[in-house]
Design a protein around this ligand. Structure first.
Ligand code: SF4
Ligand code: SF4
Length: 386
């Protein structure tokens, strides 16, 4: 029965954004007190998920399957997530099964996808970048004889919502790294450019929610999906990431090694146990809740385990943050600000809060864009040479 005051989600959990509430009280606390209502809301949903895989390693599917937060798992036990189409997980095999053409969607994945797109309400989940090359044809990435770009176009046009999972789908990620000539695009953005996102390229006016990460954390995927299925209007940042996970706080702000940074005790080799800034840590530039949420069922996270953060959730990953094991200022990531000033900015960030983060974001973008301009100029110069 519908709760008149709070909509169909039961007492205490209205149809207003689940993630907004999660941001206010913490996802763990919210799920502890509201898991049955979240489950009920999603259980009643008839929305299907169509999960398409473009150019990527498949790590986000593996991460999705590894959901380890006990509260979420107990909620998921009751959630009817109708994963109607996922090329990596479903039984259908394409047009041919053991060499024989199949004409029913029980076996033929192309028919199944067509049927869902034409007849069902669905949320489109995209993993991996969408290749636009060569020359805008998308033929560098073919599935069942069709460019993946065209399959994406069909599915994106009719979706009730689009979720880009992982940094490749969100921003191009590793697939668009420097040196790649395949013209890899994110769903809604390529790097920080919305115009170059595949939706913009195809002229599709459908909203995308980005859950980046290399891979994306299973909690980020599952909880964002829950919010989308509940039709809630979650708060997003300037790159369409849910603020509940990718807010103004950086990895550095809550890093378990932060005390060492503040005391200027930094490792100069691996396995030292202190701050990893000298080892190339980009935690001050990464906006994600990894230190609070942690990975592998809340056990550990990159800097805690001794690996520098490589800012895998940012739009300009990986180019703006590589080489991964060199100090940020070596890449002029602070736009020419020297190391001491940079350290002071980072230190001040915890005091000044969101303002300084915005400045840092701009600094990364400006520095990276300058470099891209200079690379483009070099390419043009090379072409002009006889
Ligand atoms: S620089 Fe990296 S390792 Fe050091 S405190 Fe910040 S996030 Fe942690
Ligand atoms: S700590 Fe940094 S590199 Fe590791 S998952 Fe989080 S954002 Fe990515």
């Amino acid at each position: 029965m519908e709760d008149k005051e709070h909509g169909s989600c039961g007492p205490g959990l209205s149809r207003r954004s689940f993630l907004t509430m999660a941001g206010a009280v913490g996802v763990g606390a919210l799920l502890c007190s509201h898991a049955p209502q979240v489950a009920a809301a999603i259980e009643n949903s008839s929305t299907k998920l169509v999960w398409l895989k473009g150019a990527g390693c498949g790590g986000c599917t593996a991460s999705f399957l590894n959901g380890g937060n006990p509260e979420i798992l107990s909620a998921l036990g009751k959630i009817k997530l109708d994963l109607a189409y996922h090329e990596g997980l479903m039984a259908q095999q394409g047009i041919f099964v053991e060499g024989v053409a199949e004409n029913t969607e029980a076996y033929n994945s192309i028919l199944k996808l067509r049927n869902i797109i034409n007849n069902e309400k669905y949320i489109l989940v995209v993993e991996g970048a969408i290749l636009n090359g060569p020359d805008g044809t998308g033929k560098y990435s073919m599935i069942g004889g069709r460019p993946f770009k065209d399959i994406f176009k069909d599915a994106a046009s009719g979706a009730s919502g689009i979720l880009a999972v992982g940094t490749c789908a969100s921003f191009g990620g590793i697939s668009k790294a420097s040196g790649s000539d395949i013209d890899a695009r994110g769903v809604g953005y390529t790097g920080t450019s919305r115009i170059k996102g595949m939706l913009g390229e195809l002229g599709i006016n459908n909203k995308v929610v980005n859950v980046p990460g290399c891979p994306a954390h299973p909690d980020w995927i599952l909880l964002t999906l829950a919010d989308m299925i509940m039709d809630a209007d979650m708060e997003l940042d300037m790159y369409h990431r849910p603020k509940a996970f990718f807010g103004d706080s950086s990895v550095h702000d809550s890093c378990p090694r932060r005390g060492y940074f503040d005391r200027a005790e930094r490792d100069t080799g691996f396995a030292g146990g202190k701050c990893l800034y000298e080892m190339g840590c980009k935690g001050p530039l990464a906006h994600a809740d990894c230190p609070v949420r942690r990975w592998n069922g809340g056990v550990n996270m990159c800097t805690q385990s001794g690996g520098p953060c490589i800012a895998c959730v940012e739009p300009e990953f990986p180019d703006a943050f590589s080489p991964f094991f060199s100090k940020a200022e070596n890449r002029e990531i602070f736009s020419g600000i020297d190391v001491n000033t940079g350290a002071k900015i980072i230190l001040g960030a915890s005091v000044l809060g969101a303002g300084i983060h915005a400045i840092k974001r701009l600094a990364i973008g400006e520095s990276y864009r300058d470099e891209l301009d200079s690379r483009e100029k070099k390419k043009d110069d090379m072409k002009r040479r006889p």
